[in-house]
Design a protein around this ligand. Sequence first.
Ligand SMILES: C[S@@+](CC[C@H](N)C(=O)[O-])C[C@H]1O[C@@H](n2cnc3c(N)ncnc32)[C@H](O)[C@@H]1O
Length: 724
Amino acid sequence: MPSFEEKKAYAAQEETFFDDGREEELVDFVTSQPKHRGSPQGVLAAIDEFGRTRKYLMNVGEDKGSIVVELIRETRPRTMIELGGYCGYSTILFADAVRAAGGEKYYSLERNVNFAKNIKALIEFAGLTDIVEVVLGPSDDGIKNLHKTGKVNHIDLMFLDHYKPAYTTDLKLCESLGLISKGTVLAADNVITPGNPPYLKYVRSSVEEKRAALTQESKQDTENFPGQSATQYGKVETLGTDAKGNPHLVYESKLVESFEPTGVPDGIEITRCVEEDFLVSFFAGAAKEIEHKRQCISSSSTFQPRVILVTGVGMSKGLSIARAFYREGHHVIGADFEPFGIPVCGRFSSTLRKFYRISKPTSGPAESRGYAEGLLDIVNRESVDLWVSCSGVASAVQDGEAAEIIENESKCRAIQFGAQTTKTLDEKHLFIKQTRKFGLNVPETHLITSVEDALRVLHPSEKGMERKQYIMKSVGLDDTTRADMTLLPQASSDDTRSYLARLNPSVSRLFVLQQFISGPEYCTHSVIIRGRVMVFAACRSAELLMHYEAVSPRSDLSRALQKYSEIYAAKMGCVTGHFSIDFMLDERSTELDLMSRLYPIECNPRAHTAVVLFEQESGRMVDAYLSALEVDGMDGIDIQPVVTPSTTKGYYWIGHDLVTCVLLPLLSTMAMKGSISSLTEKRKVFLHHLMFWKDGTYLLWDPLPFWWLYYVELIEFGMDWEQK
Ligand SMILES: C[S@@+](CC[C@H](N)C(=O)[O-])C[C@H]1O[C@@H](n2cnc3c(N)ncnc32)[C@H](O)[C@@H]1O
């Protein structure tokens, strides 16, 4: 244990040691020294000087403070919460460290109105108003509010330094609200002086011990506190014991010994949530799912349900969005194309009030107008407030045209870019051209209308030019060339020519030749409302696009991808729609910052299947969509933080996995084409998904779309099999 430097010691703690006017005296003492304005370290030094030379202050102090600062540097929280801000010493010290570590927000929860005022004064003086928000009121109310407004959906790091018996009840509250999961770190002050045995017992208990304790009646524990800590603020306080916590969370907890600013020995308990017991949380999750569905049925009497039209409910993305609106109590109308009259799975969803079959638009202005009028007719008939366009790639521009007509001719708003924006984003060369114009990173891209066009780039006549590698990509919807990743130029210009001749580029069969960026690919999903990204997720791109696992929104990579999308959205102006850029991360130039290593390769101006990752965030995602109905312009509207997935749980489609991870490897091994080890590996992947991931279509309370999807697929599979 380190030793205490006596010369730093604060004045001794008196009988009455706070709330006797010393806090206001401190604020005057600090703010009368202009040299410290704008300097968090200067302000902290001045507070320490006051504590040493004038009166004792119940701050965390330099020694214990440095333990938490180290923790911030290590964990780099995006947001940090403190329970108990007092005069703002810990607020200034930790918020400054969070900001330096790239974090965005520090919430200081303080219930004493005068103390909260003092914190604000010192925060302003120290120049930290951009990162700190002081939340006035009892900590449990503050926590519930941060959760309800979506400001906090996951606790990265929490510092507990308030009413000692409330440490455990507040932690259990955070657990019950689902704010604690793998990766959460807690730092609790004063666990030695005055001490907090109930809290230490809780965070050091095993899952089994916590489960056993749950069967006993929960009652307030204010007896096991040494000294006066349970009566520090007057009488013993009544604490909420409704929140039972989540006993399935596995914690690793250890004490780091240190000193109070007076030199009295104390310590910080550092607790890390390392995992969640799988089987139990699986059943708890199922129960929560059902409960969540019921929640919307009993929504409050002041709630005004909206009528929402979701097109594309035959796809998982449309179905997810429809379910999210339904869960939040809105009336959902579904629509989709049903080629050959085969019903789509979404039409069997219990979330839909009504389903409309719409006809696929073919090219040509008359057909487009007909398609738009069909949608307008549904909008008028059902008094739709918001159309969430989730249609597929084949109707992108026609959806844009329909959005313009619907918004002009009805009160309904659309989550869909207009026709020109959609076209620009959708066509690879126009998208790259626009991106370059916005001053953002782009891979070198050439529009190709003939073999000769491509040869001029691939085999330039000037010698000695740097030889880059390229890929040819179809501009249209030609799926036959989509997976072709042939690197060009080939060994000789003749080989390149014959490869290009097979693709046969022409004015009516456009291609782009795009610089090959070596590195991992990421896809993103954003909802943009009037030029602002309101919802964002990023995933590693998966083969055949049937596996989705969110990149942690707290990671540098996700932040860089989000920032890129935000800059792009802002540059497009006041537009609303789904937006999804695919990026390559250049793996070679690691010395550059992340933003300079990201290369957008294409954009899809439509909803991305990654929207399934927002299942736990339906309320906030729906609020984000509904903000499109607010008066135009964002001025005066309380801007909510961007909604990101709170879970990094993966999503898969069981039918797809059964074929690709079980059936095909088995057939290939039986035909002596595949090895036993690869078969075993694939099976392991399948089992992992089955146990730990979630199916993108199946929902316990809305199972029919899942069963219908696989029933139809089985029939189709059987028909294919018979034809072979
Ligand atoms: C020990 S002081 C905090 C010191 C501060 N963290 C620092 O290091 O500078 C405890 C603070 O918690 C506040 N507090 C106590 N119980 C609270 C509760 N239930 N909710 C919010 N604040 C509370 C008190 O008003 C007091 O300001």
